[in-house]
Ligand binder design. Structure first.
Ligand code: MCN
Length: 835
């Protein structure tokens, strides 16, 4: 791959129309974003627009016994106050689109609570006023009486149904989902494998915790609804305008054709804006109620408690192996916290892990057993990686534990067990077919860049010398399934939609091109990447291509952006539409050149009659078709094409991440000395975008390992509900990353590409934790619960029981009340240390 970009200007050495794919183009969208010349939802101002303020419950679990709104209604500027009772007949129930098992339980979820609240932050009333300040002031005047109930916070206790949150469900367990390789016919019996290993092999058992994370996107959620036209228009800082329109139509009983959803530029989402939120419903209801446009923009504090959270699992893991280190079985038992309600794809997120816990390894027997549970906390749903980081963390941690147990160097142990390059395509024990991969190549490159042997030698020296700052090397060799997804597979998993994507391309009379995509970029640079794909295929200059998206009026068909699907599904649809454009134009070219269409070659934007120098360019054809003076009979005068692409398989990026971690054994402070990653995302469309995606992804994965944790007190109040307590790392906390790529093209899409949007997040968390443990394991530390704050590391080193050892058996019917505190941490461990 050659990067020919002048990074300062975005100009390229060769402005010819070819070889755009692979070029490190600066992003088209950046100029307007960086110079502030864009419109985010909160910048919208419509005539007569009113503003909303939410009254939210301070209690995690309480009955509403009184709600007095008269003072608020009488306040300056207030035009209405809505309570749950006021909208009970119209607000419907927020949707869950993924029943992972037919008997999955989902409680009714009113956008405005009616008689009971189930998490701190739930909306109990909404004030509509002329200005945001008047709305906020009046919200203070709403008087709510609560009869508080004991909050259900501990996952194990919740699963044991000691106290049930939703009376109508009769249990806190939402679903029990099992994926067993023996039953599925993709592997052997896992219990037999474990039994055999107990008799003559090794069995590693661990209980690990996935900390609860808050997506913390830069732009808070914001919504504007205009009910004054023929259509109801909702501007939303969402990553799913199409899904949102469908779901709102279903929830509120509005015809889709009467509802337009616009996602203007959106400042990040990370899965956190893959939701149909109470705030969106409330904004629509408020606008309809007063017949005027209304706006709601959340504060950061509101965002932290009410936008969905991610992760939050207890993982009970049993890995069986032979004494010489070959894995023979892996049993995964999960408790996953859904929070108070079932979010849009809440149950499906941990279930996605079912296919990924086996990682890159050939494991003959496997069982995945998931229990999803309600607690009185903020609901959980997709957060960057969604199900795959949890799985990757588990398997990569366990592989390291196995390496210690059998005394094999951890990278060697991986080589012993992974799928080799010759073995692709490979059907895994969980039933996926990995199309292509080359773990050896990525690993060899990473080891060399890292200076693995030298660092191991240094580690030995420092260990022998008793250096107070110990060095550890963390490895994560990962793959993931992204590019969601083949519609048939989604159907078999009972997901509520397909996985196709739509694109259309219009040749304009001047030879410029409009590309309409159903993906909804919110930081990923689709306008640039899609332009590169079309420029290459059609031979039209990059600058002459305009990409339109994020408005259901402009782009009526689409399934939006999540699951690192946009390039491999949406980009593939763009490519398909471009090919249709070429075929349509070919008929006109043949007519004008008086040649047989089969005798025309197309390249660099031009049709030529094979064996001659006669030809015509696509740009000239566009004008000729517009003029329509001389077209083939029955030719409709346009060179437009619409294409829908449904992938035939997921996409399986992979890579090797290596972290050199330094741990101060006196203070518990951890620092990353070096981070090397070699990712294989197949063909790369834009190396600069990919670099940015890897960097951003790494930061979020490292943040889970070292910094971020949504901590609740024993009353169910989120105590890390601001950026003072919820430690989103800054650039100063992180080293420079050494990144590189191998390119093993996917064979399941024409681009040869694999997704990259989540790869860094998925891979980096276990690399960091493995590195820290590698530094201190010889001092007697078996595990440290994430995030690895200096306090926790110091406690582990001081011999105080932390992490795995302190987590009781929290899985299965024999669930017992535990000594975990309300945040799911071992008692006394919930306090956070400063960085
Ligand atoms: N790309 C490429 N070559 C490849 C793979 C990808 O050039 N082989 C480019 C694509 O053209 C696209 C970008 O990389 O411009 C990301 O592509 P893809 O992997 O298809 O991911 P999506 O565009 O579908 O983005 C979703 C993904 C997810 S799931 C989360 S979460 C996430 C992420 O992207 N959230 C983000 N990256 C984010 N980046 C920003 N700035 N903000 C977020 O909220």
């Amino acid at each position: 791959m050659t990067v020919t970009e002048d990074r300062a200007t975005g100009d390229t050495e060769d402005s010819g129309p070819t070889a755009e794919v692979g070029r490190a183009r600066l992003r088209k969208e950046d100029r307007r974003l960086i110079t502030g010349r864009t419109r985010y939802t909160d910048s919208m101002a419509l005539p007569g627009m009113h503003h909303l303020a939410m009254v939210r419950s301070p209690f995690a679990h309480a009955r509403i016994t009184g709600l007095e709104t008269s003072a608020a209604r009488a306040a300056d500027g207030v035009v209405a106050v809505l309570t749950g009772a006021d909208v009970a007949d119209v607000q419907g129930s927020l949707p869950n689109a993924w029943p992972i098992v037919p008997e999955q339980k989902a409680p009714g979820h009113p956008s405005i609570a009616i008689d009971k609240v189930n998490f701190a932050g739930e909306i109990v009333a909404v004030v509509i006023a002329r200005t945001p300040a008047e709305a906020r002031d009046a919200a203070e005047l709403v008087d709510v009486d609560y009869d508080d109930l004991p909050p259900v916070l501990d996952l194990a206790r919740a699963a044991a149904d000691e106290q049930v949150i939703h009376d109508d469900l009769g249990t806190n367990v939402s679903a029990h989902f099992v994926h067993d390789s023996a039953q599925a016919g993709t592997g052997e019996d896992v219990d037999a494998a474990i039994e055999a290993a107990r008799a003559d092999g090794v069995v590693i058992e661990r209980t690990l915790r996935q900390n609860r994370l808050i997506p913390a996107f830069m732009e808070p959620r914001s919504f504007v609804c205009d009910p004054t036209g023929d259509q109801l228009v909702l501007w939303s800082a969402t990553q799913i305008p199409h899904i949102l329109r469908l779901m709102l139509a279903l929830t509120l009983g509005i015809s889709e054709s009467k509802l337009r959803v616009v996602a203007p530029d959106v400042g990040g989402g990370f899965g956190g804006k893959l939701q149909v939120t109470p705030e969106e419903v409330v904004t629509v209801l408020a606008a309809q109620r007063i017949g005027k446009p209304v706006k709601y923009t959340e504060t950061r504090s509101e965002s932290m408690v009410s936008a969905h959270h991610g992760r939050d699992q207890v993982q009970k893991l049993t890995l069986a192996a032979t004494r010489d280190g070959r894995m023979t079985g892996f049993k995964v038992e999960l408790l996953a916290d859904m929070g108070a309600y079932l979010a849009l794809i809440g149950g499906g997120v941990p279930a996605l892990g079912a296919f990924m816990f086996n990682g890159i390894y050939k494991i003959p027997a496997y069982r995945f057993d998931l229990t999803t549970v309600f607690t009185n906390k903020t609901w959980t749903d997709a957060y960057r990686g969604a199900g795959r980081p949890e799985a990757t963390f588990a398997i990569e941690r366990m592989v390291d534990e196995l390496a210690v147990e059998v005394g094999i160097e951890p990278m060697e142990l991986r080589r012993l067990n992974w799928i080799t390059a010759e073995e692709f395509p490979f059907t895994t024990v969980s039933g996926l077919e990995y199309d292509t991969g080359n773990y050896e190549a990525a690993t060899d490159k990473a080891l060399e860049m890292f200076g693995y042997d030298e660092l191991r030698a240094e580690q030995r020296r420092r260990r022998e010398a008793g250096d107070p700052v110990q060095l550890g090397i963390g490895i994560s060799t990962f793959t993931e399934m992204c590019g969601l997804a083949p519609s048939r597979v989604l159907g078999s998993l009972a997901y509520g939609a397909g996985g196709w994507e739509n694109a259309s391309i219009r040749m304009l009379p001047t030879g410029k091109v409009e590309v309409v995509t159903g993906t909804s970029s919110h930081g990923q640079g689709h306008e640039t990447a899609w332009s590169q794909i079309v420029a290459d295929r059609l031979g039209i200059p990059f600058e002459d291509i305009e990409v339109l998206h994020g408005d259901t009026q402009v782009s009526p068909r689409g399934l939006d952006t999540y699951g690192s699907r946009s390039l491999v599904v949406g980009g593939a649809a763009v490519l398909k539409a471009a090919d249709k454009v070429i075929e349509k134009a070919r008929a006109v070219a043949a007519h004008l050149l008086e040649a047989d269409a089969g005798d025309l070659d197309f390249g660099a934007g031009r049709f030529t009659v094979r064996g001659t120098d006669q030809g015509v360019g696509l740009t000239d054809l566009a004008l000729a078709v517009f003029a329509a003076h001389n077209l083939p009979d029955d030719f409709e005068p346009s060179i437009d094409a619409d294409a829908t692409y449904d992938p035939v398989n997921f996409s399986f990026p992979h890579g090797t991440h290596l972290a050199a971690m330094e741990v101060d054994t006196e203070t518990g402070e951890v620092s990353i000395r070096k981070y090397v990653c070699v990712d294989d995302v197949g063909t790369i469309v834009n190396p600069l975008i990919v670099e940015g995606q890897v960097h951003g992804g790494l930061v979020q994965g490292i943040a889970q390992a070292l910094y971020e944790d949504a901590v609740y007190d024993d009353q169910g109040t989120l105590v890390s509900g601001s950026f003072v307590d919820y430690l989103v790392p800054s650039a100063a906390d992180l080293p420079s990353f050494d990144t590189a790529h191998t390119e093993t093209p996917s064979v399941t899409n024409q681009l040869g590409a694999k997704g990259v949007g989540e790869a860094g997040t998925i891979a980096s968390t276990p690399a960091i934790v493995n590195g820290v443990l590698d530094a201190v394991r010889h001092l007697g530390v078996r595990d440290i619960e994430m995030p690895l704050s200096p306090h926790r590391v110091w406690q582990a080193l001081a011999g105080r029981s932390v992490g795995e050892a302190a987590v009781p058996d929290a899985i299965g019917p024999e669930v017992v009340a535990s000594d975990l505190n309300s945040s799911g941490n071992p008692t006394g461990q919930s306090d956070r240390s400063a960085r």
